[in-house]
Design a binder for this molecule. Structure first.
Ligand SMILES: [Zn+2]
Length: 359
């Protein structure tokens, strides 16, 4: 850091430096910190925005989804133009962070988080924040965090209620200590989760606050579950004991990391009307894809990292990055497959026959 950069930091964060537990040293620590925010919806966008405003120097944001109108009532750093254009949430988060502070380094990853990439996402950061909306990814993050000895903040929201826990491997309970049944033992629910922006922001703020304290050197207590009831206006803190038999943080068994992601299968996205497909091979580049599709589809949007078209049946097909396809507006799996195949045939991508792709 140059002398003028140090002076600018002192000036910009002068109020933050006055906060007990942070100080000028905390501001400097935050500036040299690296964080990963996994999921950039309501929770993740709140966390990313607050970390950016707190002065964190590097933020990696990961999300495979695009912004739509149903996100606007609770998601930070997005607006109607993003919903109209279907901006990827990771891109919107990155642009929002840069708008707050141009000197922050931001890496936007438009991808599904699975056992193939989660370790790369977490291995070079100081802390991970949960901005996801499903337990499968959270159990996966927990294993990757414990394996690589990275602290992380678990956060979840449902209606007026929220839960947050700071997890530091080796110093208190992990997520699997809190939920010993693990992902396999849980009753999977794909219902749309009720959500209101006041509560997602409150919960995201508590999560970001724990991360800021950790990064600034004001160590929060690990393994304490915050249980938030926003309608009642109460926050209860519950100490979670470490499970001496925990398969993850005690035994070092990483079942979720060992599972291979399902390739070439259409799956319904929990909590939404969309279907998702992870391709078995890279799709053509967005430029190539849009030139191949332009003559077949009258409605097409192309950006550096995604291409989106609407079929004549009114189904939206978005190729995100080069491995993930999201199909929206299809009434069922058959319709989703048909819409994908229409795009795949025109683009020279593998066509889906029943549940498996034809090479
Ligand atoms: Zn554990």
């Amino acid at each position: 850091m140059t002398v003028s950069e140090a002076a600018e930091l002192t000036r910009r964060f002068s109020r933050e430096a006055l906060v007990k537990g942070i100080g000028e040293e905390g501001v400097r620590r935050l500036r040299s910190s690296r964080v990963a925010v996994i999921g950039c919806g309501a929770l993740g966008s709140t966390e990313a925005e607050l970390l950016a405003r707190s002065g964190v120097g590097f933020i990696r944001v990961v999300d495979r989804d695009v912004v739509d109108y149903t996100n606007l009532h609770r998601t930070h750093m997005v607006g109607e133009a993003d919903a109209e254009q279907g901006t990827p949430k990771a891109t919107a988060c990155r642009d929002g962070v840069i708008n707050i502070d141009r000197s922050i380094k931001v890496e936007a990853i438009i991808d599904d988080v699975d056992s193939d990439n989660v370790e790369d996402i977490v291995r070079d950061v100081d802390i991970i924040l949960d901005g996801t909306d499903n337990m499968e990814t959270r159990f996966l993050i927990n294993e990757a965090a414990v394996k690589h000895d990275k602290p992380w903040v678990y956060a979840g929201v449902n209606s007026w209620y929220g839960t947050v826990m700071f997890i530091e491997p080796g110093r208190g309970a992990c997520l699997r200590c809190l939920m010993p049944e693990g992902f396999e033992g849980r009753q999977a629910s794909c219902d749309v989760i009720p959500a209101i922006g006041t509560v997602t922001t409150m919960v995201g703020s508590i999560a970001a606050n724990l991360a800021v304290r950790y990064l600034a050197g004001d160590r929060p207590e690990p393994g304490v579950l915050y249980s938030i009831d926003a309608r009642e206006g109460s926050i209860e803190k519950i100490r979670v004991e470490r499970n001496p038999q925990c398969p993850v943080c005690v035994m070092g068994r990483y079942d979720m990391l060992a599972r291979r992601p399902a390739l070439g299968l259409l799956t319904r996205v929990c909590g939404s009307e969309a279907f998702k497909l992870r391709l078995t091979a890279d799709a053509p580049s967005p430029e190539e894809l849009s030139s191949r599709l332009a003559s077949r589809f009258s409605w097409l949007i192309s950006r550096p990292n995604y291409v989106k078209v609407i079929t004549k049946e009114g189904v939206t097909v978005t190729v995100l990055g080069r491995r993930v396809v999201v199909i929206e507006g299809a009434a069922n799996e058959d319709e989703a497959r048909k819409a994908y195949n229409e795009v795949a045939e025109a683009a020279g991508m593998p066509v889906l026959v029943d549940a498996a792709p034809r090479p």
